[in-house]
Ligand binder design. Structure first.
Ligand SMILES: O=C(CO)COP(=O)(O)O
Length: 248
């Protein structure tokens, strides 16, 4: 298997300048296994500071972007502007963007395609809500979200999928390794049947939702879990443990 492990840290709308500086110090002291890619996503206002201060093995992402190069889009940042500032990754379609800011499946797909065309790698997020899981709709919801991305995106080389069950985000209720593996395997099968065998084999599928320094190693051992997208624990020293856990 050639998929390198991928550990993303999504800082969300957290941190102050002094906390950002402390996090950079933690990152610069963390040892990054050679088979692991680490990408952190600070709030937009701190992106450039982090990019300049963090060691080269660690990449920096935006938490969102728009799907035009420039223009009258108050408050938005374009993929071209991210590239201009040396940023190579963006998170798109996080459940908080979908839920709080009303981003539709199709909008997420269109933004993913545009960001890829501008040369960014995309961490594309999908995942079901609690009531959807409880009514047996986990796969239906995730496949619908994937299909919306696939209808815009033909080349998945620079796409990383983050499966983040909404009920596990920020709740401390982590999916069991078996639950996560089951969904990851279904997602990979969907990619094989609906995109290509190559996309299924090569696309990293991350798990996100209450990952921490203690549960990362067990989750990471599962065949179809290729890394993590970490929220709360990416703001703490234990993020270094999660990076290290990935190589076990
Ligand atoms: O939303 C997440 C990462 O994008 C996960 O957040 P937590 O790790 O805080 O549950």
């Amino acid at each position: 298997m050639t998929r390198n492990f991928f550990v993303g840290g999504n800082w969300k709308m957290n941190g102050s300048l002094s906390q950002v500086n402390s996090l950079v110090e933690i990152l610069n002291n963390a040892s990054v296994p050679s088979n692991t890619e680490v990408v952190v996503a600070p709030p937009a206002i701190y992106i450039d500071r982090v990019r300049q201060a963090v060691k080269k093995e660690i990449e920096v992402a935006a938490q969102n972007c728009y799907y035009k190069a420039s223009g009258a889009f108050t408050g938005e940042i374009s993929p071209e502007q991210l590239k201009d500032m040396g940023i190579n990754w963006v998170i798109i379609g996080h459940s908080e963007r979908r839920e709080i800011f009303g981003e539709s499946d199709d909008f997420v797909g269109a933004k993913t395609a545009y960001a890829l065309s501008a040369g960014l790698g995309v961490i594309a997020c999908i995942g079901e809500k609690l009531e959807e899981r409880e009514s047996g709709k986990t796969e239906e919801v995730c496949f619908r979200q994937l299909k919306a991305i696939a209808s815009h995106v033909k080349d998945w080389t620079h796409v990383v999928v983050a499966y983040e069950p909404v009920w596990a985000i920020g709740t401390g209720k982590v999916a069991t390794p078996e639950q996560a593996q089951e969904t990851h395997a279904a997602l990979r099968k969907w990619l094989a049947e609906n995109v290509s065998k190559e996309a299924a084999n090569n696309t990293r599928i991350l798990y996100g939702g209450s990952v921490n320094g203690k549960n990362a190693a067990e989750l990471g051992k599962k065949e179809d879990i290729d890394g993590f997208l970490v929220g709360g624990a990416s703001l703490k020293p234990e993020f270094a443990d999660i990076i290290a856990a990935s190589s076990q």
